[in-house]
Design a protein around this ligand. Structure first.
Ligand code: 6R9
Length: 648
């Protein structure tokens, strides 16, 4: 196909945990007899009561049910902390790098144990027990990980809400899962600027019935003044002084929920993705070890925020279950300068570095100089996640950041999948820039056409999974029917990812992006329906349609077509007002990049908006609009083209 192939470096091959032959043998075994394969690998974590059942899963049609290791009993915090104490109590578990380069902390496994026990006791004293939901709205400080693990220790279910979400979004997520306790910080700190986390919690709670939340625990980060409501709010440091630093880990069944995480889909409000304990932890830990070729002595850094699934699986649970040293970074890639990532790599001798294409593209824009000025000699493996990585960005990452020395693992997965599904393994897989390459052990991708026919060989279509893997989400919180509808109805009997892909003649997968109404902005998922409903809630807006368009740094930008109420006139002022409106309503990540005022939207005679046409115009490719004969008013298209906002 004329595409470039980068062979496995000889040094990697020689010392590989998994070489090519092992990959083939294990993969083969994992799909031939999944129960035997996972029965063996499930033992990589500690079980208080060992499982005898391994896999009990069905994708329908009809019933959808996913259970792994179901009669086993374990605890995630025990596995991430306690079981390491005898062998690595003095090893650093969490290496924290502050927003300000002068601030850092190193927390050993022994200290992690004490910190998590204290946090667990603070929560327990406020009524948190097994099965209760706890919302965490935290900056990237070690206390965010302590709080997650404290919940896990008690068998409580955490729901982390990204600190960039608005009070309204936070309120919806608190109410959605009925959490009665929120852990937050006074303020966050990013790029030298403060984020008013506690004030946002106050605003969120003001929108909910008065008795919704009993307790707000406030970690002091900046020391900035915040309002404290007596009886409800307590500073963490004060509460922690009153408890001991031991707290037993509550044994939970393998299928007991560990966390839920709200994520955007193509319709309606964000849904609470439910992950359970045993299978999730086995899968997160195993992928972390093999995908990143993680070994004793590594310093591993994933730059994600704990508000996203990548932070859950690959900052906290996977690495800590493996006894790793995991770096947690509070700041942003461009503060105080565009060299920050590489300075942190040198400062902490980072060996494995995992980031998102959007970060790579934005740093690439600043040129090679800021990278070349640093050593990066400690780096061994580079990773990418969140969106397709374009070959230019891949090349730069490989050639400049990794000095041509480090394999790049382009890892495809989703909030719903719990862990990485399609990826190279550093010692086993030759790389193709832009391809996520091969399935991980136990993962059975299938490419299907619109009629659910399985395509063979080289092909392009919808990316589905034919069978379950232990890290898979189990249900949507409180709405199993929505789970079945969303993931198992488009292609009955299979899990549908929502992504399109191409498989080449070598069996390598190339993810082409979402085929549903979800857009991927800087690696963050946004449902177009959510942005639309926010826009139409504005008093001057009558109708809105939102699509994605190619954006040089963000991957996709948000393009909104807006029809105003009768008598309202388009203006620059109103454009700004609408952007600010969405930003305030949902959060900065949802703010439209381009708004086009449109007197009418292209609709079929039955009133359906033809998004295909809107996407084309937003992409500035209006010469290939396809069939427009079914439009009720073909003339609206001319106006849309005339006034398009993205002109290349
Ligand atoms: C882990 C995470 C999931 C969506 C997914 C896909 C896109 C993620 C990718 C990728 C191409 C990769 N995506 N990794 N596309 N190559 N390596 O990002 O979870 O936030 O749920 O997003 O992101 O479109 O469906 P999440």
């Amino acid at each position: 196909m004329g595409q470039r192939v980068i062979e496995v470096p000889e040094s990697m091959r020689a010392s590989a945990q998994i070489d090519e032959a092992t990959y083939r043998a294990w993969y083969e075994a994992s799909v031939r007899d999944p129960a035997a394969f996972w029965g063996e690998h499930g033992r990589r974590i500690d079980w208080f009561k060992p499982y005898t059942e391994v896999q009990d899963t069905t994708f329908g049609p009809g019933k959808v049910s996913i259970r792994w290791f179901a009669d086993g009993v374990t605890n995630a915090a025990h596995n991430c902390i306690d079981r390491h104490l005898a062998t690595r109590g003095d090893q650093v578990a969490i290496l924290w790098e502050g927003d300000d380069p002068a601030e850092a902390r190193a927390i050993t496994y022994r200290e992690l144990h004490a910190e998590v026990c204290r946090m667990a006791n603070v929560l327990r004293n406020r009524g948190v027990a097994k099965g209760d939901r706890v919302t965490l709205y935290m900056p990237m400080i070690p206390e965010a990980a302590f709080a997650m693990l404290a919940c896990a220790r008690l068998g409580a279910i955490h729901s982390v809400v990204f600190g960039g979400f608005s009070p309204d979004s936070l309120a919806g997520r608190i109410q959605g899962c009925g959490s009665r306790l929120v852990v937050t910080a006074d303020e966050g700190l990013r790029g030298g600027r403060t984020v008013p986390l506690k004030a946002n919690v106050d605003a969120a709670l003001a929108r909910l019935p008065a008795d919704s939340v009993d307790h707000v625990v406030v970690v002091r980060r900046t020391g900035g003044a915040v309002a404290m409501e007596p009886g409800r709010d307590v500073y963490y440091d004060a509460a922690a002084r009153e408890v001991t630093d031991t707290c037993p880990a509550v044994p939970v069944e393998a299928e007991h929920p560990l966390f839920l995480l709200y994520t955007s889909g193509s319709t309606g409000q964000p849904k609470g993705v439910v992950h359970t304990t045993g299978g999730y932890l086995v899968y997160a830990a195993m992928t972390h070890q093999y995908v990143f070729d993680h070994r004793e002595g590594d310093v591993y850094w994933c730059t994600a925020d704990v508000g996203w699934v990548t932070g859950h699986s690959y900052i906290v649970y996977g690495p800590l279950a493996n006894g790793a040293t995991t770096l947690m970074f509070e700041g942003i890639p461009t503060y105080p300068s565009v060299s920050r990532f590489w300075e942190v790599v040198d400062k902490h001798k980072v060996t494995i570095f995992y980031t998102a294409p959007t970060a790579i593209r934005s740093l690439m824009g600043a040129g090679d100089g800021p990278v070349r000025g640093t050593s990066r000699a400690s780096l061994r493996v580079l990773g990418s996640v969140g969106e397709p990585i374009n070959p230019e960005a891949w090349d730069w990452y490989h050639r400049v950041v990794g000095d041509g020395r480090c394999p790049i693992v382009d890892t495809w997965w989703q909030t719903e999948t719990g862990g990485i599904l399609i990826t190279p393994l550093p010692g086993a897989t030759r790389l193709k820039p832009g391809s996520a390459t091969k399935p991980f052990f136990g993962v059975q991708p299938v490419v299907v056409d619109g009629e659910n026919t399985v395509l063979e060989g080289a092909c392009e279509g919808n990316l589905c999974l034919a069978a379950s893997w232990p890290g898979q989400m189990r249900t949507v919180w409180g709405d199993h029917e929505r789970f079945v509808q969303t993931y198992f109805s488009a292609f009955p009997g299979r899990y549908f990812s929502g992504d399109g892909c191409r498989r080449d003649a070598d069996g390598d997968y190339w993810i082409t992006g979402r085929v549903d109404d979800v857009i991927n902005v800087s690696g963050h998922r946004m449902g177009t329906a959510e942005v639309e409903s926010s826009l139409v809630a504005h008093p001057k807006v009558s109708e809105a349609a939102v699509v994605g368009y190619p954006h040089g740094v963000k991957g996709q930008g948000i393009y909104a077509y807006v029809t105003l109420m009768q008598g309202e006139a388009p203006s620059e002022g109103l454009r700004k007002e609408l952007v600010a409106w969405v930003r305030k309503d949902i959060g900065p990540i949802a703010a439209p990049d381009l708004i086009q005022f449109a007197p009418g939207l292209p609709k079929t005679r039955s009133g359906k908006i033809m998004r295909r046409i809107l996407r084309k115009i937003a992409e500035d490719e209006f010469s290939a609009l396809g069939d427009t004969s079914t439009l009720a008013e073909p003339a609206v298209v001319d106006d849309l083209i005339e006034n398009r906002q993205n002109r290349s």
